[in-house]
Design a protein around this ligand. Structure first.
Ligand SMILES: [Fe+2]
Length: 292
């Protein structure tokens, strides 16, 4: 496979200070040094940064960074995208410095989301990650976490992420939206994380392209401690604790300062690519995850 993980994301947020303090006090992320252009960034691990908070009025996901192994893989992927009719541009020196990576090209997915393909991110081994609340995040070979997006063009979405970027589908969930309407959610993987990307095919685009961002912690207690921080940090719980049917993650959902949701979970299964076969589920959770 070509892409090895979701390395970073860029959020367009209307209140950077609110995001920064919520990310620290509730999520347990660590503030990172600002980027060369002054953008506030957040750390989940020993990478220099994982989440960038760009000031703006969209309060939505603005771009994603998908990591590849090195220059050969980047060149191969770039050629595949261009052969598939996707316009790809090289990063200039300023963008390379801004992201802190060795090589980068960028393009857009069929929904207009900025997609950066890169290799050689910066590690800060001299200043190890220390969570202000003692959280430890599952990243490494599984990347930052997962994002769930909406599309009105499932064929285009599949072509871009599966055919061109090399993701594989882990499974599908049929979700009832009423007595006579359902949607088939699709889940895509590119490393042992059950899904790095999931997509909801909808008849109309919702106001935000990002449904939720998921971060995973190492223990059930860390999920419990986070639940206990909901009240003291004035965070809005949006879905109760539950276990998902497909990746088996035990998690709960809250509203971020931007309004889209964040899933805080642990205990997800991992995909073994050579032996994995797709499954279909007819509900999203085996228990819990009730809307608040
Ligand atoms: Fe999720």
């Amino acid at each position: 496979m070509s892409v090895i993980g979701l390395g970073y994301i860029g959020l367009n947020v209307s209140n950077v200070d609110a995001w920064k303090s919520w990310a620290s006090d509730f999520l347990g992320l660590m503030a990172a040094p600002s980027s060369p252009s002054g953008t506030q960034r957040l750390r989940l691990d020993d990478y220099a940064w994982r989440i960038a908070l760009e000031p703006g009025d969209k309060d939505d996901l603005a771009w994603i960074g998908l990591e590849v192994a090195g220059p050969d893989e980047l060149a191969m992927l770039r050629a595949r995208l261009e052969a598939g009719g996707v316009a790809v541009e090289d990063a200039d020196e300023a963008l390379l410095a801004e992201r802190g990576v060795v090589g980068l090209v960028r393009c857009q997915d069929p929904g207009g989301l900025g997609v950066e393909l890169y290799y050689g991110p910066t590690h800060l081994t001299q200043t190890p990650f220390v969570s202000p609340v003692g959280a430890r995040f599952v990243t490494g070979s599984q990347g930052l976490g997962h994002v769930v997006l909406a599309t009105t063009d499932l064929a285009g979405f599949r072509r871009f992420y599966l055919d061109l970027l090399g993701f594989r589908q882990s499974d599908t969930i049929r979700m009832a939206m009423g007595p006579s309407f359902h949607i088939d959610l699709e889940f895509y993987f590119c490393n042992p994380r059950h899904h790095t990307l999931a997509v909801a095919p909808l008849p109309m685009l919702p106001p935000k392209r990002m449904h939720h961002l998921m971060v995973q912690v190492e223990t059930l207690d860390q999920v419990g401690f986070a639940l206990d921080r909901v009240g003291p940090t004035n965070t809005t719980l949006t879905q109760t604790i539950g276990r998902h049917s497909n990746d088996k993650m035990v998690s709960f959902y809250v509203a971020t300062p931007s309004g889209f949701e964040l899933e805080y979970g642990y205990d997800a299964i991992e995909v073994d690519a050579p032996t994995w076969s797709m499954a279909r589920h007819d509900r999203i959770s085996s228990w819990g995850h009730h809307r608040v």
